[in-house]
Design a protein around this ligand. Sequence first.
Ligand code: UT7
Length: 324
Amino acid sequence: MAPIYSRIIATGSALPERVVSNADLEKIVDTSDEWIRTRTGIRQRHIAAEGQTTGDLAFLAAQRALETAGVKAAELDLIVVGTTTPDLIFPSTACLVQDRLGANGCPAFDVNAACSGFMYSLGIADKFIRSGQSKKVLVIGAETLTRMIDWNERETCVLFGDGAGAVVLEAASEPGVYATCMHADGGYKELLWNPVGVSAGFSDEPNHGVRIKMAGREVFKVAVKTLDSLVDETLQAAGMHESDIDWLIPHQANLRIIEATAKRLQMPMERVIVTVDQHANTSSGSVPLALDYAVRSGKVQRGQNLLLEAFGGGFTWASALLRY
Ligand code: UT7
């Protein structure tokens, strides 16, 4: 039997309307636009309005991707949502989005891999398609991470933003996705985490402290090293060389991390999609937001090879090398 591949046929994204600049944050914590820009590359972030949820952003991004694809929700046979900030404990955000889209009946589930949530979801969806189980899949990365930020803590509050991105994947006779890689090492759990959950640290007191904790410098070091070996592994899995890659579309956490990965790939920054200045770190939203920006701005063209990667809490790290 001829092999089946998965192919991205369309992208979409959604950002909250409210934009918060570095100067706005100078009024809240002891920080400066200069510090934030030089250490992270971030200039602004979008922040969800009161009552606006991860599911709302995911739904909008999904609608845009489906409309661009010319695919009706009822045609979908799988929905996977990468998120660490689901609307509810259950049902999953994927189920909530499925109902709003009118795709009722197909399997739908969330994947929690922190900032690697979208990359994990894409890898899973690719395997569903390759196995012949699914033909049209909606993959979303969506977050309202600012909901779990301590706005008094300058080490973390300047880093994050809210947003969502989506892709429609379709079964195809040619790639498409050449290779995906996924990894995790829970031994690093306390370097980047939110130590409150349903079964541990839970309290029904209002605002009882669901907050992100990060040892930034340590995360930075491991991220750079890990992403170096991840891109090598991905090239090898796809049987490609650095020179075969047209665009690097990395997780948007820190411009210095992105530059280090580009250097490892011997890619000039003109071949790297950077949105961290506009969106900050939107966790699972970051790669699909950057991809949608790259497509809609006309940078990424059909037939080009894209290397997507992410690194996040867990630690988790994951990648995909694909022909767009
Ligand atoms: O998406 C998941 C993956 N996450 C990441 O990849 C994040 C990885 N880490 C980072 O991006 C960087 O480590 C940070 C941007 C978080 C921090 O940058 P850094 O260059 O590692 O700074 P640092 O943590 O070593 O702090 C340097 C100084 C400290 O002051 P002292 O001890 O040198 O006096 C901090 O207190 O900067 C201070 N600082 C700030 N100053 C102004 C920390 N946050 C701020 C701030 N404004 N917002």
